[in-house]
Design a protein around this ligand. Structure first.
Ligand code: ADP
Ligand code: MG
Length: 684
């Protein structure tokens, strides 16, 4: 085909620089710090006969091609015979270019690297790495690095780019010698050079496990940069002005009196922590953690009351309409009788109602605003926003939380984030170093523990009988339908089918259905019916996952529990056990279960403590996945591992504090090297 008629492949036409940039490698420093993920040992040659004894292991041999053929059976492949003084070996290539056949013509000398295996016709390698050589081509004197590569980037190109960059960068050590000596850290330059070009006699395990001193130095540097950046962000925040919300007046007092219960000790303690923050002239940034059902909402309401007492507005944003609505109802029922104007704002409101809510928010008539993402729309202006509360904060992206915070006028509002997904300590220290954390570690009194049982799908009839019995006792039941990740439509279909099935099996019960595709008003009608006790059973998709609060519901059935994440199961289970009646959660599963699924369901059965569940979840999944790409900030930590390197995290945190206090120039240099353009990301 003539070249002119060939359509240019847009990916292929990308220049190497662009491809490198996609990996974040647009500077020399970034390239030099792009460290290998593993190595190949090409420093040694084995005679073919000896290599043949090392089955399943990577080996390197050198020999002359004695045969090179294209075979067609059992499928098209290039078959090459390579011989040295000790023996011969077959090389097979199932996908190959014509040029490869030429490169491996009879008489050529090749150095090949791959795994030996016993083929039908003797020893062979499938798709080995091949390099044409001369008799006197020297062997490399260092291990060959294999780098994380992106699409269209070969190791050869990367190696060359990195080697070039290493001739140009500034190698000076950002850590002064006395600090290195105190922390027993290897100097920067030898550490980086060693990792790119390890000598053949290096402890390969230490390299692979990243416990070698050179790796420790890299991890420390990376963690230090992260801690420095976060501390800087924290200091910067203290420079911003925030409204001083120090009036604990009529509303706060009246609300405390009006509540139908007394606060738990834990609620009182976190409330004190929040109140102290609100009186500071710089914005609070506090994460309120408390297990499902621990009573975060009332704490949020009391914080809002303090803002209102001080003459400001408060906004509460929740991730779903169901949850936002529930907050609105509950908080309005507490606050409106005390004379507080509470506005409700969500995307599904009619235009007229939306306009009306917006104008109350803008004029300052509405003192408390509850809603969904609608709160962060451009056309919503607050008169005097003093406090922003974000429920289930992990459901929002960083940008969304920032947008709400930016709705302050002339000052930055205080921010309270709430989450039932507890963040283990190491994660909190690294990813949330800029947050203060309050923890509600006590449930309100009078709760009975939830009994959790695992039941195979085949025993569905028993489960249905149990649902019937619970309903006859005057209890209510949630029946959660399987999560079908591939298709929301399919998930919907299953929910509808389950609803029909249960209605047929239990004709004497009232059974409702709620799912994400319903019109908000319909959804609301069903939820209200369930909350009022008019429905015995609520068949639902995961829309009920967060926050829904119906104390009379005491049985939770979750189908295909093996498809849910642990924190999701915990959230769902938290919908029951809210009243005084003994509650149960039945996790139905489809066998056979894989080892991980089995482990996870066992965790659910063994513990109801959200913190413990999160800890074990982290053990199984690792921190990256635990946080999800959105929160982990992707490449924020490339080298350090929060599980194994906790000691380094703590050291880095201490050093960051010292440097910022006494040697800010060192902090600057270190940040410049390690974060460069990325620092902005960490600022949020
Ligand atoms: P979560 O922390 O999961 O958001 P909620 O704020 O929804 O929990 O509270 C769960 C339930 O406990 C609600 O019905 C709430 O009214 C009730 N509750 C909260 N605090 C107390 C308390 N101190 N004593 C009794 N009940 C409480
Ligand atoms: Mg809640």
């Amino acid at each position: 085909m003539p070249a002119s008629r060939k359509k240019p492949d847009p990916k292929k036409s990308l220049r190497t620089a662009d491809r490198l940039a996609r990996l974040g490698l647009s500077t020399d420093v970034a390239l030099a710090l792009h460290l290998p993920m593993r190595y190949e040992d090409e420093t040694r040659l084995l005679p073919i006969a000896q290599a043949a004894l090392r089955h399943g292991l990577p080996v390197q041999v050198e020999g002359v091609v004695t045969d090179c053929d294209v075979q067609y059976r059992p499928r098209r492949q290039l078959v090459v015979t390579l011989a040295d003084d000790s023996g011969r070996l077959t090389l097979r290539f199932l996908n190959f270019y014509g040029s490869q056949a030429t490169q491996m013509a009879v008489g050529r000398r090749l150095r090949v690297r791959g795994e030996m295996r016993h083929g039908f016709f003797g020893d062979e390698m499938v798709h080995p790495g091949v390099r044409p050589v001369d008799e006197d081509t020297p062997l490399p004197d260092a291990l060959t690095p294999v780098y994380p590569a992106g699409e269209g980037l070969s190791q050869t190109v990367l190696r060359k780019a990195i080697a070039n960059a290493m001739t140009r960068i500034d190698w000076s050590d950002t850590l002064p010698p006395e600090l290195r000596a105190r922390l027993k850290l290897m100097p920067f330059e030898p550490a980086v050079r060693l990792l790119h070009q390890p000598p053949p006699d290096i402890d390969e395990n230490a390299l692979a496990e990243r416990s070698h001193p050179a790796w420790i130095r890299m991890k420390f540097d990376e963690l230090l940069a992260q801690q420095l950046s976060m501390k800087r962000a924290q200091l910067a925040r203290r420079q911003q002005g925030a409204p001083v919300l120090d009036q604990e007046g009529a509303l706060t007092g009246a609300l405390l009196v009006a509540l139908p219960f007394a606060l738990t000790g834990a609620q009182q303690r976190v409330l004190e922590e929040i109140r102290a923050d609100l009186t500071a002239p710089y914005p609070m940034q506090r994460l309120l953690q408390g297990d499902v059902g621990s009573g975060k909402t009332v704490v949020a309401a009391l914080a809002a009351a303090q803002a209102i007492d001080s003459g400001y507005q408060a906004a509460l944003m929740a991730p779903t309409e169901i949850l936002a609505e529930q907050h609105f109802r509950k908080i309005a029922s507490w606050m409106e009788p005390l004379g507080v104007n509470v506005a409700w704002l969500t995307g599904s409101l009619k235009k007229k109602d939306k306009d009306e809510a917006r104008s109350r928010i803008e004029s300052g008539v509405a003192r408390l605003v509850v809603g969904t993402h609608a709160l962060i729309q451009q056309d919503v202006d607050f008169a005097r926003l003093g406090l922003v509360i974000v429920d289930e904060q992990h459901r929002f992206g960083v940008a969304q939380r920032l947008t709400l915070r930016n709705k302050g006028v002339g000052s930055v509002p205080h921010q309270l984030m709430m989450s039932a997904t507890p963040i283990p300590r190491t994660l909190a220290m690294t990813y949330y170093a800029d947050l203060e954390v309050s923890v509600i570690d006590e449930l309100p009194p009078g709760r009975t523990p939830i009994v959790t049982r695992l039941i195979a799908q085949e025993r569905r009839d028993e489960v249905i009988a149990r649902v019937h019995a619970a309903a006859l006792e005057g209890r209510q039941v949630y029946w959660v339908c399987p999560l079908i990740e591939e298709s929301e439509a399919l998930q919907l279909q299953t929910a509808t089918e389950t609803h029909a099935l249960l209605s047929a099996a239990l004709p004497d019960l009232k059974i409702g259905l709620v799912h994400g595709r319903m019109k908000p008003t319909d959804k609301q009608a069903v939820m209200e019916g369930f909350a009022r006790g008019e429905l015995h059973v609520l068949v639902a998709t995961t829309v009920i996952e967060v926050g829904v609060d119906v104390p009379n519901a005491s049985l939770m059935v979750i189908e295909h529990a093996e498809r849910f994440g642990l924190s999701q199961l915990h959230q769902l289970r938290g919908r029951v056990g809210r009243g005084a009646a003994a509650s149960a959660c039945l996790l139905m599963y489809q066998g056979p279960l894989g080892p991980v699924a089995r482990q996870r369901l066992a965790i659910m059965r063994e513990t109801a403590d959200g913190f413990e569940i999160a800890r074990r979840d982290l053990e199984i999944r690792g921190p990256g996945e635990f946080l999800g790409a959105r929160q982990s900030g992707q490449a924020m930590l490339r080298f350090a591992d929060l599980e194994t390197d906790q000691w380094l995290v703590e050291r880095a945190r201490d050093v960051a504090q010292q440097l910022l206090a006494s040697q800010p120039a060192i902090a600057d240099a270190h940040l410049a090297r390690w974060l460069g353009a990325k620092e902005d990301y960490l600022r949020v």
